[in-house]
Design a protein around this ligand. Structure first.
Ligand code: ZN
Length: 54
């Protein structure tokens, strides 16, 4: 009985190397997804206001 495991992100066949994902991209995407769920990454104010008051 063989079950084809699929990447939970994009549903493509997963790769051994990136189990349970198909690629490093999907692996990263999953990480970002649960980070987004909990809290947003702080953005340095300097990057936001660079144009505001120069
Ligand atoms: Zn994938």
């Amino acid at each position: 009985m063989t079950t084809t495991r699929k990447c939970p992100i994009c549903r493509r066949p997963r790769a051994e190397e990136f189990t349970p994902f198909c690629s490093s991209r999907c692996k990263d995407r999953d990480l970002v997804r649960w980070l987004d769920d909990g809290y947003a990454l702080p953005v340095p104010p300097s990057e936001l206001d660079e144009d505001a008051e120069a």
